[in-house]
Design a protein around this ligand. Sequence first.
Ligand code: GDP
Length: 297
Amino acid sequence: MFENLSERLSGVFDKLTKQGALSDDDVKTALREVRVALLEADVSLPVARDFIKAVQEKATGQAVTKSITPGQQVVKIVHDELQHVLTGDADPGALKIDNPPAPILMVGLQGSGKTTTTAKLAKRLKEREGKRVLMASLDTNRPAAMEQLAILGGQIGVDTLPIVPGEDPVQIARRAKTQAGLGGYDVYMLDTAGRLHIDQELIAQAAAVRDVANPRETLLVVDGLTGQDAVNVAQEFDDKIGVTGVVLTRMDGDGRGGAALSMRAITGKPIRFVGLGEKMDAIETFEPERIAGRILG
Ligand code: GDP
């Protein structure tokens, strides 16, 4: 998911580590190249700027340039700073699902991968934590989306709330809550309607559902391929509805990965999971240590 960035950085670092002695100017030149690589990966400008500034402060001066392996020192500082930028919760994959039935609200734009992610997470909760999960589609505008969730539920062996034509999203959310309580479910997941753009109606609907369900987690699903747009969408959803975390999908594609690096720094919200394909197992928790490692090759 970070192939291009990773390649660019390893080029810069190879030069640095081969060089032996380093001057502050050498470090500055290298960091300028790192900055360009970050921007090309679609990391937002303020985030890239702060990143370079932090590294520069730590990597110039006697301690580094006069050390025995200055190049490696600089690489380590970049690594630590990457991890710092990415750091979210200690355990991003741990969903708050105590007090059953725990509601999880899934929000996001149409096509972001929301329904797929809902099913992937339900499968994960079922298989890894032995939870009984109920999924409900609230997308009353698109019967096909409701059907899609039911089909995925059938595939992964997770129950879905029966579809009752004519109900509005708030009514469905209420019915899901009642059903989850009566049926002894640990978790119920509400897959809200998506739209192509954030508009008043989308926000009003998600907010109304939120108020009825009082979710333990509100997860925003965004398409990782959309780069900085993903970060803007996250910011707006968080301002208007409040989210507890982000799921970045399509990180299996050849996107530039910058959204992942800017997300936490700009929105203050952690990336909790990344989607890595269409299959129901193609989801992973977002672990800063591992991601930083992957970027640095
Ligand atoms: P929704 O409109 O937000 O509910 O989006 P869907 O869940 O219907 O997903 C739209 C398309 O994206 C489907 O074809 C999914 O299989 C695909 N998709 C979802 N997540 C991922 C992912 O992480 N990687 C890839 N490659 N495709 C994904």
